[in-house]
Write a protein that binds this ligand. Structure first.
Ligand SMILES: [Zn+2]
Length: 227
């Protein structure tokens, strides 16, 4: 069952090392099927070169239990679960430790919107969620990571489909797994640009320019791309 969902999640996971967003087995992507009440996610610690679509693990949105698959799901599964529960309009989630975004996360700094490359996808600074407390880390760590992102981004998740977790790394989301991957790629690029632009004294983009670029792609009267 769920073969189309597993195939989509498999392809999204393969796209992460291809885009240089992760080394070894670090990253993970998932996609939800809200009608079926499940999401599929990469198995834990399986090599990208030998992974197969049928290895994707299917997890229940209500119970958080594996409903199909013989491998253990990604160790970050509970974080994905909490994001699907909190952000009702998303269809895919990606987590990586991509270099430049993780550098901002380790510094505990949001990525400011410094230009239109950022504004085309993210309608404002990409937030950095404060590091978890010792208690949050010791008990239900992955669940608490998801809850912390959900609490910080509940108002903004539709227009800023990404967050950093301090001392950890980036999480992105989108309408499906492929979109979440695309946002992870763009996030990495704007993090690299922001790091260098800040060195040169860049200031946040004017709000009218941020507005123009975001809305022409995502607003009710969007006119970017083909009809
Ligand atoms: Zn991680």
């Amino acid at each position: 069952m769920y073969s189309a969902l597993k195939q989509a999640v498999y392809q999204a996971n393969l796209a992460l090392p291809k885009a240089n967003l992760c080394l070894a087995t670090w990253g993970n992507a998932s996609q939800v099927d809200r009608a079926a009440g499940v999401f599929a996610i990469k198995p834990s610690g399986v090599d990208y070169n030998t992974m197969k679509p049928e290895d994707m693990v299917v997890v229940s949105l209500t119970s958080g239990q594996v409903v199909e698959g013989s491998l253990r799901p990604s160790s970050d599964t509970e974080t994905h679960l909490e994001l699907y529960r909190a952000f009702s309009e998303i269809g895919g989630v990606v987590h990586t430790h991509s270099r430049w975004a993780t550098i901002f996360a380790q510094a505990g700094r949001a990525i400011p919107a410094l230009g239109t490359t950022h504004a085309d996808t993210f309608y404002g600074a990409v937030p950095c969620v404060p590091a978890l407390t010792q208690e949050q880390v010791m008990q239900r760590y992955e669940t608490n990571t998801g809850l912390a992102i959900a609490a910080a981004c509940q108002q903004t998740y539709r227009d800023i489909p990404a967050a950093l977790v301090q001392a950890h790394g980036p999480f992105t989301w989108g309408s499906n797994a492929q979109k979440a991957v695309e946002h992870a790629i763009i996030l990495e690029e704007i993090a690299m640009m922001a790091y260098h632009s800040l060195q040169l004294g860049a200031q946040p983009v004017d709000s009218f320019l941020l507005e123009k670029h975001y809305q022409r792609k995502h607003g009710p009267n969007a006119y970017y791309g083909q009809r």
